[in-house]
Design a protein around this ligand. Structure first.
Ligand code: FE
Length: 340
């Protein structure tokens, strides 16, 4: 085989292995909408299936981590397959928008259903569910009265008692970015350094590991997304863990979104917009948020009783585009502070 043929074969094989295996579909035949999703299949497929059943519009989807999905969108350029990008973090949606991978749309339905802080002012992405990143504590080793703010987890009384998920996790990058937005770089850096000083263990690679370490008394407090707490408590209801909602007398709890935007070169833009509008409505919101024990973004819909039982709290209302704008600064700050 000539070198050139060999190269062509390699390219062809690379294309096949890259394009085939991860495609799922809610309905097998026909034209329809294509979605690239960083949200897991079990959380999105029921929603896609319901839409396909109701409208006859099939939805094909690919799930992957957000990084590879953005690379894929950029590589496909004007030949993009996806009409819609779904991610689990506002910072990622902002990045996709800034890279020119999403297009602005205007929709009175989306504006009505989705509160301002949870959508891009330029209409390039929209939150579909809200996730709170809050404090979790060991119920026998910590009194809720000992807790107050994210910042206070850097106090000396928490020395050797704090567990954190890695700074590589986009959730922590967004949390720190929003702290920078609220209190500035210098104050945030001081706080992050004090967290690092208080760590009881090396950083973990998932929120669930943080919860398990606290339950096992390796540490007493940590920061996690509430739905990981919900999942673990469902599995092991007796664990000595509880949630605490910090910063209630100032900016409120850091919340993030799982959300979506229409791709720049979407082949089925009108259908994708209709689908997006439907996702923000009552029926889809129930499925989308409840499947993962999150908070519906549409305020007409209450969280489920099990989520409501965690308590109500004031949310940080700073527009989430800040999580994107300040993400690079947050990553550098955490690096300087020794947060791994
Ligand atoms: Fe998550």
């Amino acid at each position: 085989m000539s070198n050139r043929m060999g190269r062509r074969l390699c390219l062809a094989l690379a294309f096949v292995s890259w394009s085939l295996p991860v495609l799922g579909t809610a309905v097998l035949a026909g034209e329809g909408i294509v979605v690239y999703s960083a949200r897991n299949e079990p959380l999105i497929k029921p929603v896609f299936d319901l839409y396909a059943r109701k409208t006859g519009v099939p939805i094909q989807f690919v799930t992957d981590k957000e990084g590879p999905l953005l690379v894929r969108l950029a590589a496909e350029g004007t030949d993009v397959r996806a009409d819609l990008l779904i991610t689990v973090d506002a910072g990622t949606l902002w990045q996709a928008a800034e890279q020119g991978l999403l297009q602005p749309v205007s929709s009175p339905t989306l504006d009505r259903n989705i509160p301002t802080p949870f959508r891009d002012p330029k209409g390039r992405f929209f939150g579909l569910s809200i996730r709170a990143r809050t404090i979790v504590y060991h119920t026998r080793r910590v009194k809720p009265a000992d807790l107050s703010t994210y910042e206070a987890l850097g106090e000396d009384k928490w020395h050797g008692r704090l567990c954190l998920n890695t700074s590589k996790k986009i959730y922590n990058q967004s949390l720190v970015a929003m702290m920078i937005a609220a209190t500035g770089t210098e104050a945030t850096e001081t706080v992050v350094k004090s967290w690092v000083k208080n760590l009881a263990t090396p950083v973990f690679s998932s929120d669930t590991q943080v919860l398990e370490a606290i339950a096992a008394s390796q540490c007493d407090v940590g920061i996690v997304n509430t739905y990981y707490y919900g999942r673990l408590m469902k599995k092991s209801p007796g664990l000595p863990l509880a949630l605490f909602f910090p910063n209630q007398s100032d900016r409120g709890v850091h919340v993030n979104i799982s959300g979506a935007g229409i791709t720049k070169h979407a082949k089925h833009k009108d259908q994708a917009l209709k689908f997006l509008e439907w996702l923000s409505g009552v029926q889809a919101q129930r499925l989308f948020a409840d499947a993962n024990m999150e908070y519906p973004v549409n305020e007409a819909i209450a969280p489920t009783p099990e989520v409501a039982a965690w308590g109500t709290f004031k949310r940080d209302a700073t527009p989430l585009v800040q999580a994107g704008k300040l993400q690079t600064e947050a990553v550098k700050l955490m690096d300087r502070a020794g947060y791994q």
